[in-house]
Design a protein around this ligand. Sequence first.
Ligand code: BV8
Length: 298
Amino acid sequence: MTTPRTDTASFHAYLSSLQYPRIIALCGAGLSASSGLPTFRGPGGYWRTHEATSLATPGAFLRDAGLVWQFYSYRRHMALTVKPNPAHYALAELSRKIPGFQCFSQNVDGLHQRADHPREGLQLLHGTLFEVKCWSENCGYREENFTDPIVPALALPVDGKDPTATPDISDPKVPLSRIPIESLPQCPRCKRNALRPGVVWFGEKLPMQILMNVENYLNDLAGVDLILVIGTSAKVYPAAGYVQEARQRGAKVAVINMDANDVPAGGWEDGDWMFKGDAAVIVPELLKPVIGDVIVPQ
Ligand code: BV8
């Protein structure tokens, strides 16, 4: 049974030995945990009584667009109130230092972007909370939108007793009002459909351009030297499949995860690393030989 290495020294030696490094970071919700955002499968994995993933589907939107929008409006609000952590800044700096580095992120929270991660080195596999688009693909309207709340009907309810406190609507004990579809964001182009969050839901294809960028990178004859699997349970495809695809192109695998049992799809192989702990602490340390000390703006 193969067991992964856990020493930083051998990782640093390998990283420093790469002349023209080709590195992938596959990122998940654990990367943003230290910033204060709940993960999907941890304690925060439920929103009210709903499994987060059960609300991330077109069917859920068709059944109750108001509830789905309250879920996404809450996540937009949470993401806007937190900050990128040192790992986001470390990955952004790695992207400036190494042209052959690509960050494949499953996260939709916008924190890579707020850490000024160069866009050409960032593939948002599942879109972003801060893009909204027309429900109708025929219309095709989309816009970047950071307004919080995006419409008055989605304002977080105010606590009668203490108007300054915002009740945590992820708590099922906090009453939620039903929101009629006409009070939801409406498409300004076709004026016939509601706008929806610009994220990739289960059962939906990843954005064509992103898939092409990923395929072009993976099919480059230069291969892949290393894939960092950061804060992800690696259960969602095709994202999780990129670990094996990187391996098949020569990559060593380094997992950074709070849970040492979250083994990459396909299990451990010789030469892998497992760094157990908080990505916000471990990622800057692992990348230090290339990026130096991470500067987190105050
Ligand atoms: C598609 C956006 C095809 C929305 C999300 C095989 C091939 C292709 C598809 C499938 C397939 N098998 C099954 C499918 C279907 C499905 C799928 O994968 N299902 C799973 C459940 C089996 N895939 C799809 O539907 C995809 N679409 O392939 O379409 C197609 C083709 C043609 C025509 C039509 C369709 C689309 C999937 C995208 C879904 N959207 N997000 C939103 O966010 O609301 S998924 C969402 O959940 C995230 O983006 C992410 O991908 C996933 C959550 O995973 P993680 O990020 O890993 O988070 P999690 O909580 O699970 O884990 C956190 C980890 O961090 C843990 O390990 C924890 O220990 C660790 N951690 C915690 N704290 C820290 C930490 N680590 C370090 N430091 C810490 N501090």
